[in-house]
Write a protein that binds this ligand. Sequence first.
Ligand SMILES: [Zn+2]
Length: 206
Amino acid sequence: MKEIKIKKPIKIRKPTRSYTGIMWITNGTNKKYLAPDFDNRCAYCDDSDEYSGGYNSFHVEHFAPKEKFKHLEFTYDNLLYSCSYCNISKSNKWIGSNENESVLGNKGFIDPCNDDYYNHLGRDQNGNIISLTPLGEYIYYELKLYLKRHFILYNLDQINIRRRALKAKIKEKEEHGEDTRKLVKVHRLVCEIFCDYYDLLVKEEA
Ligand SMILES: [Zn+2]
């Protein structure tokens, strides 16, 4: 059996809904509150909207589908900020016979605001999303979490964190009149890697 080393959780941070129990009756208003609650990241795959079409391309996802549970269409506790890929893949899939029955056996979905989500999905050392359990495998395939774009966007994000930190360090050294040549070289290299991943993303979307 192939050994998988888990290095990281699927998401940088577990999101929390700040407006539990509240209902705004437009998705536009809900989305304004969902974006910061979810750190401008897809609830399921953690893609940042920064390199992925921005706020306008992200969707308001209904955990329990609104086609089956009309009364939950604007219930904040049922809503998620989601990339179009996960939202469209999930569509109106729902295994249970009522709104509270999101899992039956090894099939179904878990709300990523729930701790249990992180027991079923993770990331390997390269940033690929991996399933950890049979239920995780169901979610992985149903949401198409195997798409290459998720791996590319994760790495773009990680490289960008390093790029920004290096830039800040160079600025700090410059202010103290220190030699920055080595750091500038590393920064240039990191920028080149960033561009390589960006090209990959553009190719993937073409
Ligand atoms: Zn997503």
